[in-house]
Design a protein around this ligand. Structure first.
Ligand SMILES: [Zn+2]
Ligand SMILES: [Zn+2]
Length: 126
């Protein structure tokens, strides 16, 4: 998943924007010629464009592919896995509890405790 997507992704359940991104690992890739700049929120800089003040360096947003990570919605407390470069933004009823719990367990050391304990729809506390 490109950092660039953070400018577009909202929580599918409560529509909150922007989501909080936790990156576990990335790989380098080619940026396209004339990459589109982030317009509202830049995930690479973790900041609103108007707060950055200068031209955001979005070539860097494009040059990295997030392989594994997690997206978190501060509003409703849901989290979404990024696996094999794909963000899985599914509503609760389409999620697989066993897979989600296995994902949390696998990346436990990299995930904030509040998500491990209270994240929705699944966490390691239940
Ligand atoms: Zn950007
Ligand atoms: Zn939400």
């Amino acid at each position: 998943m490109k950092y660039r997507l953070m400018d577009l992704l909202a929580c599918p359940v409560c529509k909150h924007f922007p989501l909080t991104l936790y990156v576990f690992n990335t790989r380098e890739t080619e940026a396209p010629p004339n990459p589109k700049k982030c317009e509202l929120y830049c995930g690479y800089h973790s900041a609103w464009i108007e707060e950055i003040g200068e031209e955001p360096r979005c070539e860097e947003c494009w040059r990295k592919e997030i392989v594994n990570g997690l997206l978190y919605c501060e509003k409703c407390g849901r989290w979404y896995p990024i696996e094999d470069e794909i963000p899985r933004m599914l509503p609760d009823d389409l999620r697989d509890r066993n897979k989600d719990v296995a994902f949390l367990a696998r990346w436990k050391a990299r995930i904030p405790v509040k998500i491990l304990r209270e994240g929705k729809p699944f966490n390691l506390q239940e």
